[in-house]
Design a protein around this ligand. Structure first.
Ligand code: 13P
Length: 247
């Protein structure tokens, strides 16, 4: 399966700097095609500029969140239909930062995912345990509940992607061992199969401190179908350094 390398820019970038980044990436990917499927997920107000910067390249653009309703009185929110209409292909949902900062529950994430599927977007649903949950031996319990509760009904391996992002590995420079990543990805695939019939062909990404220096060993793990990258997606050099390390 072709790896998917998705850059989650989070709340980073201004108009000019994001143009430099998106154009630089598009140039790299056009000059070296076929290494991986590449997506960038900029902050909402930068999506249109990012789409025009990468047009003519195989890079796709995604949102970082959407509302569960199709439209309406929801100040500050963005509908999945608008993301799709602008030209986005995907949307990240249930990121641990949204679960923590905005109190998003798995039930809400599922409703958002349902809206995104209805709008024709690929959903990248994030799951992952906190350090306390991991230390208490609860990682699989927590992740299992997130999978059961967050995945939409009616998804397929073409429309649903799961990103495993241990909360304690995000932005910390720490990562689980390669064996731990492999084991959790096996667990996630089995659980997605049991709960939603989605195991075979499902793309499961790893996210959390992926860098050019650790990308090749992480991406070589069987069952790791790509990466969701935060900090290292913010420079052309680092993000390309991950893409070109795809096995
Ligand atoms: P970092 O790559 O900065 O650890 O962030 C990972 C992440 O949260 C991607 O969604």
């Amino acid at each position: 399966m072709t790896k998917l390398i998705a850059g989650n820019w989070k709340m980073n970038g201004l108009v000019a700097s994001s143009q430099v980044l998106a154009h630089g990436l598009a140039d790299k990917v056009k000059a070296n095609p076929g290494r991986a499927d590449v997506a960038i997920c900029p902050p909402g107000p930068l999506i249109r500029d990012a789409l025009s910067a990468v047009s003519g390249s195989p890079i796709s653009v995604g949102g970082q969140d959407c509302h569960a309703n199709e439209s309406g009185a929801h100040t500050g929110d963005t509908s999945a239909a608008l993301l799709a209409d602008m030209g986005c292909s995907s949307v990240i949902l249930g990121h641990s930062e949204r679960r923590a900062d905005h109190g998003e529950t798995s039930a809400l994430v599922k409703n958002k995912a349902q809206a995104a599927l209805n709008a024709g977007l690929v959903v990248i649903v994030c799951v992952g345990e906190s350090e306390a949950e991991r230390d208490a031996g609860q990682a699989e319990t927590v992740i299992g509940q997130q999978i059961d509760g967050s995945l939409p009904a009616g998804g397929t391996p073409q429309t649903v992607v799961i990103a495993y992002e241990p909360v304690w590995a995000i932005g910390t420079g720490r990562t689980p061992s390669l064996q731990e990543i492999r084991a959790i990805h096996v667990f996630i695939r089995n659980r997605a199969q049991e709960s939603h019939g989605l195991g075979d062909g499902l793309r499961i990404l790893y996210g959390g401190s992926v860098k050019p220096g650790n990308a090749s060993e992480i991406l070589a793990i069987q069952g790791v179908d790509g990466a969701l990258v935060g900090g290292a997606s913010l420079t052309v050099e680092d993000f390309w350094g991950i893409i070109e390390n795809c096995p």
